[in-house]
Design a protein around this ligand. Structure first.
Ligand SMILES: [Zn+2]
Length: 412
């Protein structure tokens, strides 16, 4: 497949940077964030938003860039023909994929970042289509994606390793680097293929970077990636590792968020805090993961936290990233203080001037708020679910009038 030249001739590629020891920071979940902003519909996850509301997509790319991401991902999620037909989307596959890539590329070039676009699960595969039909569907998407000069191809939101292998095969035809993320936790893919086997099969299919995206929260994602890493090591395979979990706490038994009754519309109570994003990045780095980002419910402030706190940038790399000094991790001093020197003063565009562990709260007049500055507080405080109510919305609002009578004496 013919590839036009890159718009940033001096930019280092993904693999070049990874081989040089950099750690790449991804962006957050585009489609969920667009849903929260009322531009797309839940369930339809309509990718034509890139055509209908391009300014909203551009603004979100810019936010992730300001947060310090090294890679921006085009919003071409689900933009394959069979799915678009099912959803009744009137735009063409070419139009949506091209528009998504252009919006993303404009911001990436403006900020000097890498950019990518994705291949995801297709109804063609789900309905038992042939290998050729599935691969043709991916090739149809890849044509505009490659013509718009992405830096690499991201295969993600794939639940069956067999479909992943087809996606990797199609992506490899472009000659671009291929990143492959199974959307799984420790229970493996839909057919019960283990994380270990998925990792080996992605690597053997030719993916340069392998790991997981979405599905499970940061902690369970780490457990899954740990098993993948050990399996790859045992077999002498050495792809780079990627982790882009969902920004929610998910059950320790490995079940994915999709199985929770409150997914996808009532997930706010289990959304991770910015400090959990930070701690995830730390642990991921120590696990040897060198492409660290987020998927759904990871918002721009989570990414900023990842960059600001956990990954000091090399002074020579304007787009990003990372060499993390393990020696600073457990000193007990505030993380931001520790790493400010390591970063040589480099910060994301949107970094807080006052530090990322609650800096600035000491300006409040209330002493109890003033005391909430520093890692010691924010790494150890937990949401007070008993006070805030671990109840359903119906329980929460039931009997509020009688509760008022019990708690307040109204006397006019
Ligand atoms: Zn996701």
């Amino acid at each position: 497949m013919e590839r036009p030249g890159n718009g940033q001739p001096n930019k280092k590629g993904l693999l070049e940077r990874l081989r040089a020891g950099d750690t790449i920071i991804g962006d957050g979940g585009m489609i969920c964030e667009m849903e929260k902003r009322c531009y797309v519909q839940t369930g339809f996850w309509t990718p034509e938003v890139c055509v209908t509301h391009p300014q909203a997509v551009t603004e979100l790319h810019r936010e992730y860039a300001r947060a310090g991401a090294d890679v921006l991902q085009a919003l071409n999620f689900f933009a394959n023909e069979s799915l678009m037909q099912e959803l009744g989307i009137k735009q063409s596959v070419e139009e949506v994929n091209r528009a998504a890539c252009r919006l993303c590329r404009e911001v990436a070039e403006e900020k000097g970042l890498l950019f990518t676009a994705s291949l995801t699960a297709t109804p063609v595969f789900e309905k038992g289509g042939s290998r050729e039909e599935v691969v043709d569907s991916y090739r149809q998407q890849l044509k505009p994606i490659v013509e718009e000069r992405v830096d690499f191809i991201m295969c993600e939101w794939l639940f069956d390793i067999r479909e992943m292998e087809l996606a990797i095969g199609a992506a490899r035809e472009t000659g671009l680097p291929v990143v492959a993320c199974m959307t799984i936790g420790p229970l493996g893919d839909r057919c019960g293929v283990s994380p270990e086997q998925c990792a080996l099969r992605m690597a053997r299919a030719g993916a340069d970077v392998v790991g997981t995206n979405c599905a499970v929260g940061p902690r369970v994602c780490l457990q899954t990636l740990h098993r993948m890493r050990l399996a790859l090591q045992r077999e002498g395979l050495q792809p780079f590792l990627i982790g882009q979990p969902i920004g929610l706490r998910t059950p320790e038994d490995g079940r994915t968020m999709i199985g929770r009754p409150y997914w996808p519309l009532a997930c706010e109570p289990v959304t991770i805090t910015r400090f959990e994003a930070n701690l995830f990045a730390r642990e991921a780095y120590e696990e040897g993961i060198r492409y660290i980002g987020g998927c759904c419910h990871f918002r721009s402030y989570h990414i900023r936290q990842v960059v600001t706190v956990s990954v000091p940038r090399t002074a020579a790399e304007p787009g990003g990233l990372v060499v993390c000094s393990v020696t600073v991790l457990w000193t007990g001093r505030a993380m931001a203080e520790e790493l400010a020197k390591e970063r040589g003063g480099r910060q994301p565009e949107a970094a807080s001037r006052l530090g990322c562990w609650g800096g600035g709260l000491d300006r409040f007049s209330e002493p109890e708020v003033q005391s909430r500055v520093g890692r010691q507080h924010w790494a150890h405080v937990a949401p007070d679910l008993h006070t805030l109510g671990d109840q359903s919305p119906a329980q929460h609002f039931a009997d509020w009038k009688s509760a008022l009578k019990r708690s307040v004496s109204v006397d006019y």
